[in-house]
Design a binder for this molecule. Structure first.
Ligand code: SAM
Length: 327
């Protein structure tokens, strides 16, 4: 079992498989994109698999693939299938913007993917374009439908609520759960990335979102289960799906943090909001042993901060873009 200095059990690794993305969401990236990591600097799938094998032996049991957009990287299905065979990996999931999901959903399921998170910030075509700077609303919906048909479960729809941008759609998103077996999760807008300037006044806090939802009817709490992560779960009466509330800013849940992140260029990040990184790539490429990789893992663990400092005078926006870390 992996324990950090604050006795938190660390069992979750998020891997950013690429920094490339096929959308340009305003809150995440500038229109022209961000400087890309060169192909040689990006870990090969073999290198990622080796890291996961070593980490799984130490106690990592849960892996999520993210990006950039993970489905734009060639060979992702085969990579997932190999990951799913690693002993000790009990939970394998993926976070996607859904643009390519229609083509991939069934293959992902067959490759051993269990669960999927789909980011979607608007249910209106024109607004989707305004936020993502690319068309794709219909494609994402086709991807959601393909995921339902493929039997991926649960399917979580992640919506970043931003005041004056899409906050008038909170109720429409919640209503989706009445007729579809989807988990709709509302996420607070975080100060990160190279997108448009983040202002505290842009955040819709989870208490504000919750009180809006409560006006629609009673929110029935769902007891947490081991794969929940930071979301507080609810169901509206009679709904097929669930609602999740994730308040990274207003109610930091660092005390329960169980995660590490691996960037596409092979650095372990110990907190989304800290630029502290521990390099794995150099060890991999200089012929390091599995024992050396394990040492680096333990070093990263020792450096995991107790909490993030958003909302405090110590807060400094992280230097890496969200698309390079994976959210
Ligand atoms: N391309 C994939 C996707 O769209 O899900 C994976 C990478 S994306 C960086 C992961 C998640 O980070 C998305 O749900 C996105 O909405 C979220 N995200 C990016 N910037 C954010 C911010 N400033 N605040 C909150 N969430 C953010």
């Amino acid at each position: 079992m992996l324990l950090d200095p604050f006795s938190r059990k660390i069992n979750y690794l998020r891997i950013s498989v690429t920094d490339r993305c096929n959308l340009r969401c305003r809150y995440c990236m500038p229109e022209e994109g961000i400087p890309l990591i060169s192909h040689e600097e990006i870990l090969t799938y073999e290198e990622m698999l080796r890291i996961v094998r070593v980490f799984a032996r130490e106690g990592i049991s849960k892996v999520r693939l993210t990006g950039g957009e993970p489905l734009v990287r060639k060979g992702i299905v085969d990579f997932i299938s190999r990951l799913s065979q690693i002993e000790g990996i009990e939970d394998l999931s993926l976070t996607t913007n859904g643009i390519l999901l229609r083509e991939f959903a069934l293959d992902l399921k067959r490759a051993g993917l269990k669960r999927i998170n789909i980011s979607l910030d608007s249910l209106r075509r024109e607004r989707f374009y305004r936020i993502a700077r690319r068309d794709g609303y219909e494609r994402v919906w086709e991807g959601i439908e393909a995921s339902l048909s493929a039997g991926l479960f649960p399917i979580k729809i992640n919506m970043v609520a931003i005041r004056g941008v899409n906050d008038d759609e909170i109720e429409s998103f919640a209503q989706l759960t009445l007729r579809l077996p989807l988990t709709v999760r509302f996420i607070e807008y975080m100060p990160s990335g190279n997108g448009e300037e983040w202002k505290e006044s842009d955040i819709l806090t989870i208490p504000q979102i919750k009180s809006r939802l409560e006006k629609m009817g009673t929110l029935i709490p769902i007891p947490p289960d081991q794969w929940d992560g930071p979301a507080r779960r609810f169901r509206m009466a009679g709904a097929l799906g669930e609602i999740g509330l994730i308040g990274a800013v207003s109610s930091h849940f660092c005390g329960d943090c169980n995660r590490l992140r691996l960037t596409a260029d092979g650095k372990i990040r110990t907190c989304l909001f800290s630029d502290e990184e521990v390099d794995m790539k150099e060890i991999l490429r200089k012929g390091g042993s599995d024992g050396d990789l394990r040492e680096q893992l333990l070093l990263a663990l020792q450096r995991k901060p107790e909490r993030h400092h958003i909302n405090t005078y110590q807060f400094k926006k992280c230097q890496r873009n969200m698309s390079a870390i994976g959210g």
